[in-house]
Design a protein around this ligand. Structure first.
Ligand SMILES: Cc1ncc(COP(=O)(O)O)c(C=O)c1O
Length: 392
């Protein structure tokens, strides 16, 4: 075979995408409850943020593998001003996206065939990010406790640690369960990483989107220093600017490992030098828009969550943070069947739980940043579908 086995054998469209393409081609209006692109979701800030322009670029190119000092100082200010913790800007390394940050970390920590531990349910891109680096993703479970809150199942996590495991990935708060890592979980994770010589990777892109009515307060891993810890974040969610292409890795942990990790990451970044200088120059002024951006998003999330409670009866107090909501289907309805039916019959898009590796097969996921009117109309269609399933 000419092509690498890191890529999927088939890149043909799946059944869902084929139906969707057909619907679009025949002029059907699609109602999409999975809209997660903040630049097209009808937010006022999206056209008001003062973005830098090409004329802001200097004629002089000053490559900086770690990222420009000014941009790293602005990020240090973000952690301080939001009371997430105090950091040294020298411990930051800039990347073009969080996805790129993961790829750098896998280059840093793994050899082909090694494993990283990823949560299930969680962000669907991990499989691709790992296999493109010749790394095998193995999964530990998040489970709902008696009160319905999603917590790390440490028994399943410890069972999955093998001699090939190099790192544990945590998403804080997790997508789509919305669960924050607790201080107690962070301590246990650090202990496990120390005992097995693993690195801890904590993805905090949704950290600021706390559900104020939720039970858990955000706990950042940024100050965690007992084990080698990489904390990731970026503009795509914090400032709802995925097009800006600015993310970062914060490196913390005991010396000399930390210094060695930083040196090696800089070597990797120097090979690509992928972060544009225009956005780095603009970082400080863009952070000044954070309050207004996050307020508009949080207001939307709250409004949609109220609709979700009123129309479908989803309890908002279980969601601790993030942009997503989980809807439980009746036991006799599968996520796959539901998503295909909704698309076929009502031109409505929701995500099946299996996208996110739910153990349960009767979960669907919707985005709470969907424009409110779309969300309201979509929930009515979903409700009438669920009613028809109850009567089945
Ligand atoms: C948990 C998580 N991490 C990272 C990302 C992507 O971030 P970026 O656009 O910076 O690659 C997403 C996107 O939805 C996400 O859900």
């Amino acid at each position: 075979m000419l092509f690498s086995s890191r890529l999927p054998e088939s890149l043909e469209l799946n059944e869902f995408t084929k139906i969707l393409e057909e619907k679009k081609a025949t002029g059907h209006k699609i109602l999409d409850l999975t809209q997660a692109n903040p630049t097209t979701a009808g937010f006022a800030f999206a056209s008001a943020i003062p973005l830098p322009s090409i004329s802001d670029v200097s004629h002089r190119y000053e490559p900086a593998a770690q990222g420009m000092k000014g941009a790293r100082e602005a990020i240090r200010g973000y952690y301080r001003d939001n009371k997430h913790g105090l950091i040294d800007s020298d411990d930051l390394l800039l990347t073009a996206s969080t996805s790129e940050a993961y790829s750098y970390l896998m280059k840093l920590l793994t050899d082909p065939g090694d494993e990283i531990l990823i949560p299930a349910p969680s962000y669907p891109l991990f499989d691709f990010l790992a296999t493109l680096e010749n790394v095998r993703p193995s999964r530990y479970l998040l489970r709902q406790d008696a009160a319905g809150h999603w917590r790390i199942d440490f028994t399943s996590l410890e069972q999955e640690i093998s001699r090939l495991t190099r790192a544990i990935v945590v998403v804080n708060p997790n997508n789509p369960t919305g669960s924050y890592m607790t201080a107690e979980e962070l301590k246990k994770l650090s202990d496990l990483c120390q005992a097995h010589e693993l690195a801890l990777i904590v993805d905090e892109v949704f950290l600021d989107y706390e559900n104020l009515g939720g039970p858990e307060k955000p706990c950042s891993a940024i100050a965690s220093d007992t084990t080698l810890t990489f904390t990731l974040s970026g503009f795509s969610k914090i400032l709802a600017l995925p097009q800006a292409k600015l993310s970062w890795i914060h490196v913390h942990g005991p010396e000399p490992t930390k210094a060695m990790a930083k040196q090696r990451l800089e070597f990797i970044a120097d090979t690509y030098l992928s972060v544009g200088s225009i956005i780095q120059h603009a970082a400080a002024s863009l952070f000044s828009c954070q309050g207004a951006i996050q307020k508009e998003i949080l207001d939307r999330i709250q409004a949609n969550e109220s609709l979700l409670l009123a129309e479908i009866g989803v309890d908002p107090s279980l969601r601790e943070g993030g942009w997503y909501a989980i809807i439980n289907l009746p036991e006799n309805v599968s996520d796959e069947e539901c998503c295909l039916d909704l698309l076929q019959q009502s031109s409505l898009i929701v995500h099946p739980g299996y996208f996110y590796d739910f153990v349960e097969s009767n979960r669907i996921v919707v985005s709470l940043i969907t424009p409110e009117e779309d969300f309201r109309q979509g929930l009515l269609l979903l409700q009438s579908y669920l009613n028809s399933q109850h009567d089945r």
